[in-house]
Ligand binder design. Structure first.
Ligand SMILES: [Zn+2]
Length: 261
């Protein structure tokens, strides 16, 4: 899915200036880099740098000065930046919500450059709303484009981090102990000395049926298995398959209880 990534440095600058401008809005222009797949299709764009441009602001709008964009372009040209990368517009809605106002829509339409542009609206809370405007063969846009800060690490840092993880982090193996589950008539009132020490219930092992140990105590499973010529594992498997159901086991213990009185 197409997404927008923001360079962490650019994002940090953005957040600082958005906060500094409060309670007023603020706007930026940004450079993007395209990420393409093996078929040369753009899968993501990276907002690699954002620039504060000369502007007037208040709490409901930000207006770039007439020569602001031209001045930025001159500055970028002097740095040998490919000006076709300048196709990102970011602005803040100060303390408000993020959405596209009529003015914002007009602004996105005005960015028309023959290809595409990426626009981001943010706010003091740090919400991000991103749209991709495509201008050819007609103007249309995709809203709510997934957007995230591009916290990628250098390959050598990743290797070192993985090695550190392997050295310091080990999986804690927990011994299965049957959960309390549903008490049978026979086991009601049994002392709570053999109950699960884990909050998590064991997960069903196959199909959608719960594990037998979620429904019955381990002793009951053994008693039922022995009296029916099965091993506990066989009983567990039959229960999981539905060959033996909960009612059958409950009825057995109901009768077992009275037989034993
Ligand atoms: Zn706006």
């Amino acid at each position: 899915m197409f997404r927008v990534l923001i360079n962490p440095e650019a994002y940090a600058r953005l957040r600082h200036l958005v906060a500094k401008s409060l309670p007023n809005e603020i706007g930026f222009l940004g450079l993007i880099d395209e990420i393409r797949d093996a078929n040369n299709k753009i899968t993501a764009v990276v907002v690699s740098e954002v620039f504060l441009v000369e502007q007037t602001v208040n709490s409901t709008e930000t207006t770039m000065k007439d020569n602001a964009v031209a001045n930025l372009m001159i500055e970028l040209a002097q740095r040998d930046v490919d000006l076709s990368r300048l196709r990102c517009w970011v602005h803040s809605h100060a303390d408000g919500q993020v959405f596209w106002s009529k003015t914002d829509d007009d602004c996105c339409a005005a960015l028309a450059n023959g290809t595409f542009a990426v626009s981001v609206v943010t706010n003091a809370a740090g919400d991000l709303l991103t749209r991709l405007d495509v201008y050819s063969p007609t103007h249309m846009y995709l809203d709510k484009v997934p957007t995230e800060v591009n916290y990628s690490l250098a390959p050598e840092v990743l290797v070192a981090l993985d090695a550190e993880f392997k050295a310091k982090v080990t999986l804690k193996v927990t011994t299965f102990w049957p959960a309390e589950g549903k008490r049978t008539k026979k086991t009601k009132g049994r002392p709570k000395d053999k109950e699960s020490i884990f909050d998590e219930q064991p997960q069903p092992r196959r199909g959608d049926r719960p594990n037998i140990y979620q429904a019955f105590h381990v002793e009951d499973v053994q008693v039922y298995a022995e009296t029916h010529g099965l091993t506990a594992d066989e009983l567990e498997a039959q229960y999981a398959e539905g060959t033996i159901d909960e009612d059958e086991i409950e009825d057995f213990f109901y009768n077992f209880q009275y037989a034993g009185v």
